[in-house]
Design a protein around this ligand. Structure first.
Ligand code: GRF
Length: 194
């Protein structure tokens, strides 16, 4: 299976996915693309010999469709079987998502369906939750709402700040996403619960 990974920043999740796609893993990375040409993850991917691309969404103000049309070019050239959104911070239109229905994954730092959207850790702390976590799900037109492919639960400690909690959750993201992609690429959509 050919995997394209979309990032917006450091790409720590992308890195873990790439590092896991070796040996008997049924998938291989074929492209790392970003909406930000300065995303540090692009340099990390290049160092690993993975083709990269970037389309600056700021070149398409109030033109989401134009941005996506530009992003589609390198994406389709890579002929991916699976697309992994990994720290990708742009909302994709239903038209774009529908093109890859059933084969686009995203990682979201909360226990969906709780806390779709942004600032998930601050919201969980403010709500007095004792648990946070991370979800990998299939991407559907509705934001952060597709079928769940994996979850990991993470304790919230009494004096947690959102930053401290985010770093604790990130460790579990790095374990969950590769485990889900291995299973998904082998054709198994049963959820990975860590
Ligand atoms: C992290 O906060 C993670 O929770 C979310 O995207 C952010 C950056 O991830 N998935 P990465 O280091 O770019 O993979």
């Amino acid at each position: 299976k050919r995997v394209a990974i979309l990032i917006s920043g450091g790409g720590s999740n992308m890195l873990r996915l790439v590092e896991d796609m070796t040996g008997d893993h049924p998938a291989r990375p074929v492209l790392v693309a970003s909406n930000d040409p300065s995303a540090a993850g692009l340099a990390r991917a290049e160092r690993l010999g993975i083709p990269t691309a970037s389309v600056d969404h700021r070149d398409f103000p109030r033109d989401r469709a134009g941005f996506e049309a530009a992003l589609l070019k390198p994406l389709l050239d890579a002929q991916p079987d699976i697309i992994c959104l990994a720290g990708f911070m742009r909302i994709l239109t239903p038209e774009f998502v529908t093109r890859f229905a059933g084969r686009m994954l995203n990682i979201h730092p909360s226990l969906l369906p709780s806390y779709p959207g942004l600032n998930t850790h601050a919201r969980a702390i403010a709500a007095g939750d004792r648990e946070a976590g991370v979800t990998v799900h299939e991407v559907t037109p509705e934001l952060d709402a597709g079928p769940i492919l994996g979850q990991a639960r993470v304790p919230i400690l009494p004096d947690d700040t959102p930053e401290v909690l985010a770093s604790r959750v990130l460790v579990h993201e790095h374990l969950l996403y590769p485990a889900v992609l291995r299973r998904f690429a082998a054709g198994d959509r049963s959820p990975v619960m860590l």
